[in-house]
Design a protein around this ligand. Sequence first.
Ligand SMILES: NC(=O)c1ccc[n+]([C@@H]2O[C@H](COP(=O)([O-])OP(=O)(O)OC[C@H]3O[C@@H](n4cnc5c(N)ncnc54)[C@H](O)[C@@H]3O)[C@@H](O)[C@H]2O)c1
Length: 243
Amino acid sequence: MKLENKIAIVTGAASGIGQAIADTYIAEGACVVYADLNQGDLKLDGKKAIFVKCDVSKKEEVENLVKVTIEKFGKLDIMVNNAGVGDSAGVLDATYENWDKVISINLSGVFYGAHLAALAMKDKGIKGSIINMSSILGSVGLAGAVSYCAAKGGVVQLTHASALDLAPHGIRINAIAPGFIATNMTKGILTNEGFGNMVKSNTPLGYVGEPQDIANAALYLASDDSKYVTGTILYVDGGWTAR
Ligand SMILES: NC(=O)c1ccc[n+]([C@@H]2O[C@H](COP(=O)([O-])OP(=O)(O)OC[C@H]3O[C@@H](n4cnc5c(N)ncnc54)[C@H](O)[C@@H]3O)[C@@H](O)[C@H]2O)c1
């Protein structure tokens, strides 16, 4: 097992990619704090797997999440800033409310998680791993998703800059950039025939990914297999960005 004696937080862990990451970490021996707005259908043992309610756009709630984790498990080794929301507005039709919402969850939420996890790791001398969820839309545009693309691009640069700040402390920080993955977030758009066909035709491997594809990358970045990897953006996108 690759994560024995490791303590991890995964945000947005009640669904999709976050749940697959958290479950994979449990299977590899870690203790995992599943953080989300609601516990939903999660069945956790309350010992190695616990739930903490947290809205990542509220810094006090992220502070509480890290505090509860340290109280319960004594340290933090792995922080996965995965929680996020979709978007369906372009620059002409986006409202200020939509912009504020997407940026506060998808970008500020990642900053709060990275900042507070790094402080907790440094405080205890832990050479931890922080993993941020970006997207292919952090480096290429998509019409009708201006706030989402801006937030995910911000996550890329937050990751690059933080890697330089954290390297002297032995703390690694990387991001994953998934292509289209079948989850609740994409269910609505991928079942639209036109959009689904556009996604498949723009994906060289020719199909939509599954949450476990991203969880496998998140396991690599959390474990010592990636001990010399920091400040990188790991594309898991069926080849989308290779075109
Ligand atoms: N599915 C894709 O195709 C895809 C592609 C690239 C990137 N991503 C990113 O992967 C991450 C996970 O997405 P997913 O596809 O699993 O979606 P999902 O909707 O299945 O899961 C997202 C989870 O985040 C939670 N969440 C939303 N707002 C929150 C908040 N303010 N605080 C805490 N939790 C919150 C939701 O409750 C949900 O459980 C997101 O950051 C998303 O942008 C997804």
